[in-house]
Design a protein around this ligand. Structure first.
Ligand SMILES: *Cc1c(COP(=O)(O)O)cnc(C)c1O
Length: 334
């Protein structure tokens, strides 16, 4: 059925073992009370680079290294670049990371701190990608795409394996959605275990390229703009090879959130779970708080929200936690 098999996902898991964490899956009392059903959070925030991107990047780079590659280049909204830089260092290969001027300074700094070559190019992820592809062409680096790549998708899919192993009766998985590498991988692994698992993808309304592409029936361009969910920015590529089709085939609900809602998600994670999460990682929690998720009470099993990353500028985080009003949710058990 698919270009990627479950065997590829198990191979990815063996390759990344010991380099990437098997992350905790914790129950959230506050969100379970709101949903009227058990809600679990899959905490990719604890990965060494602060996001799940380490899974796909480590799998892709280990695969390239096994085949003798010594130099890689990538384009990133921050987290993939940091993951590639970390994995390259661990594997002893050279890396260059291209990022646009939209990437927050805390993320650029984190990539720089890993000692790889950094180039800042243009005002969008597409500009950064053009520069990365130029380096690949002119200097012979291997290009590591941030999502539209089978090794990257297989790496992200290991999250899906971990979820169905830890929680075999999971009924619904909520995934932050940008290029769709995470969504495609998790959906592939989860649906291989149980075809009835509901799969929701959540994105910010400001510049949702995959959402617009799904609506149009083909990959389309969307202008990239500033958003709290900066890790969800960027196009899916008009020449998208894998993630558009996989996402289209697996997705049950494609949800959009405004900026206020994302801020509420960040504030809730902090106040009720003591979790520092970035905007992109808060969208699943935000969708639940907004009652945007379909019929959570009717589910026969738990809901899992993937909390994808922690890499938020700490001053921005403080501002959000101080300014978002506490809503009227009743979390008390009767
Ligand atoms: C990259 C990223 C996503 C989205 O992943 P895609 O594979 O591009 O859909 C979500 N959250 C965070 C924190 C990310 O870094």
């Amino acid at each position: 059925m698919s270009v990627l098999s479950l065997a590829d996902v198990y191979r990815a898991r063996r390759r990344i073992e010991g380099r990437v964490l098997r992350t905790p899956l914790i129950e959230s009392p506050s969100l379970s009370a709101i949903a009227g059903a058990p809600v679990f959070l899959k905490l990719e925030t604890v990965q060494p680079t602060g996001s799940f991107k380490l899974r796909g990047a480590t799998n892709a780079l280990a695969d390239l290294a096994e085949r003798g590659c010594r130099q890689v280049v990538t384009a990133s909204t921050g987290n993939h670049g940091r993951a590639v830089a970390h994995a390259a260092r661990a594997l002893g290969i050279d890396a260059a990371v291209c990022m646009s001027a939209l990437v927050p300074e805390n993320k650029v700094g984190a990539v720089r701190a890993l000692g790889v070559r950094v180039c800042i190019a243009g005002k969008s992820q597409d500009d950064a990608e053009r520069e990365a592809l130029r380096l690949a062409r002119e200097e012979g680096f291997a290009y590591v795409p941030p999502f539209d790549d089978l090794s990257v998708i297989a790496g992200q899919a290991t999250i899906g394996l971990e979820i169905v192993e830890a929680l075999p009766d999971v009924a619904h998985i909520v995934v932050p959605l940008s290029g769709g590498g995470l969504f495609a991988g998790v959906a592939l692994a989860a649906r291989s275990a149980n075809r009835a698992i509901r799969m929701s993808g959540v994105t910010m309304a400001r510049g949702a390229a995959m959402h617009a592409s799904l609506a149009a029936g083909r990959p389309v361009l969307v202008e990239e703009v500033d958003t709290l969910a900066d890790s969800l920015g960027g196009g899916i590529g008009l020449e998208n090879r894998y993630t558009y089709r996989l996402t289209r085939d697996f997705i049950d609900d494609a949800l959009l959130l405004d900026e206020d809602s994302i801020a509420r998600g960040i504030a809730h994670a902090y106040r009720h779970e003591r979790l520092v999460v970035e905007g992109a990682a808060a969208v699943g929690i935000a969708a639940l708080l907004d009652s945007a998720l379909p019929d959570t009470r009717a589910r026969r099993g738990p809901l899992v929200i993937i909390v994808t990353g922690a890499n938020i500028d700490i001053n921005l985080h403080r501002r959000i936690v101080h300014t978002v009003p506490a809503p009227f949710h009743s979390h008390k058990t009767p």
